[in-house]
Design a protein around this ligand. Structure first.
Ligand SMILES: Cc1ncc(COP(=O)(O)O)c(C=O)c1O
Length: 411
């Protein structure tokens, strides 16, 4: 690896635009406790609903020099290996509820399953995905007995494509990057008269992505309860990985609403090849600034070049630091979680899911002393992570674990 690539291992940027105080006015209302309860109540009506585990990695915490490390493991979410299905199921349900003239609090999943066909007829649900979102949509649409058409970017891993096809959905791999694939899916949805169910927003398309993000708050609400059960109020820090920023903004927005001025310092982690949130923070004019390119990274779930316009203002206002990192950082996270020491549980984490732990493990090293101090990361810190996916590309997961691929140079 060249020297300049090493320097590019991890870029850090403190947020200059963070609002100093949480007030009734600046709390993001769409992620209030009331809204989050609606989503969780709906998810709890699924036959196979179970809160995913929150693990405490005590040995790792001791090794890295913090009080506690908690990791919410979404690899078991509805047996789909990623958190994303929380968003898709909720958005499709809200869409159908709107057609029915019902509030989501009046229905459960069984009711939606029984009445979906009357409301949507034969129109397909269309989406673009790097894998996890599309799998969630395909699964939900299959459960509802409807048709899904899913577009994927070039070089999509075989297993991710197969997992979507196994639900009966049509999966089409394009020769475009993620952002180009989204544009193509919008056109195709129009052509076939389908319902576009996308996890990012654009002008005139904000309702569905807002519902998707509200769906993600179910995992945030579970964490809040799980921490409380272990005697913890707000964590001091949370690492949130970002693609378009929807997941990060939903969880951060919820924490701001629930914990108010005690909400955790949020560190947003992205791949260098797709660091649109970092780029927006770097330009520092308060606006979102997309990045271009082929967006090639092993953190495929984070390979998005355009920030969601719903997510960006929340991330801008409430996060503390932005991290843009090399693939080797994520691979380190995958290996750390797969090889626990002492009694820490093993966590199977895919490349996007492990980016936060990878970045944190390096941040706690001596060379980042000043940043650690600025962030207040020390032996009193309670640090929260979300493992947002399991081994969704088992071939690459094997390469990382078995063959030590994507190593940090000189380590
Ligand atoms: C595993 C995983 N983690 C995190 C994210 C980031 O979510 P968002 O695009 O909402 O920022 C994704 C998105 O697909 C993902 O698949």
């Amino acid at each position: 690896m060249e020297e300049n690539e090493q320097l590019d291992m991890m870029n850090l940027l403190l947020n200059e635009k963070r609002v100093p105080e949480i007030t009734r006015e600046n709390r993001p209302k769409m992620f209030s406790r009331k809204e989050a309860n609606k989503a969780r109540r709906f998810h709890m009506s699924f036959d196979n609903y179970e809160a995913t585990p929150l693990y405490s990695l005590d040995h790792l915490a001791k090794t890295l020099g913090v009080k506690k490390i908690f990791i919410k493991d979404e690899s078991s979410r509805f047996d789909l290996n990623a958190f994303k299905v929380l968003g898709g199921t909720y958005a499709i349900t809200r869409l159908i509820c709107e057609k029915m003239g019902k509030d989501v609090s009046e229905v459960n999943f069984k009711y939606i399953r029984e009445h979906a066909a009357e409301e949507v007829g034969n129109a397909p649900f269309v989406t673009a995905t790097d894998g996890n979102h599309g799998r969630g949509i395909a699964w939900a649409v299959h459960e509802l007995g409807q048709k899904a058409i899913v577009y994927l970017p070039m070089n999509s891993a075989k297993r991710r494509v197969e997992a979507i096809r196994e639900t009966g959905a049509e999966a089409i791999v394009t020769d475009l990057n993620y952002d180009g694939t989204v544009l193509l899916a919008i056109e195709k949805a129009k052509e076939v008269g389908g319902y576009m169910v996308q996890d990012t927003a654009w002008e005139g398309y904000t309702e569905v992505p807002t519902w998707i993000m509200q769906g993600y708050t179910t995992m945030g609400m579970e964490v809040i309860d799980q921490l409380a059960l272990q005697g913890y109020d707000a964590p001091t820090h949370v690492f949130l990985q970002a693609g378009v920023g929807g997941m990060a903004a939903a969880i951060l927005g919820l924490f701001v609403n629930i914990y108010k001025n005690k909400y955790p310092k949020a560190i947003i982690v992205e791949p260098n090849a797709a660091n649109c949130i970092y780029n927006s923070a770097e330009v520092n004019d308060g606006e979102a600034h997309p990045i271009d390119g082929d967006l090639q990274t092993i953190m495929v779930g984070l390979a998005c070049g355009v920030p969601s316009p719903i997510a960006w203002p929340i991330i801008r206002d409430f996060s503390t630091m932005f991290v843009s990192c090399n693939d080797a950082v994520a691979a380190r996270g995958v290996r750390i979680l797969a090889n626990p020491a002492r009694r820490d549980p093993k966590v199977v984490s895919g490349e996007s899911g492990a980016a936060g732990i990878g970045a944190f493990s390096l941040l706690m090293g001596d060379e980042f002393k000043e940043v650690k101090e600025a962030l207040g990361l020390n032996e009193d810190s309670v640090v929260l992570f979300f493992n947002t996916e399991g081994d969704t590309d088992p071939v690459n997961y094997g390469e990382i674990i078995w063959n030590g691929k994507y190593r940090i140079p000189n380590q």
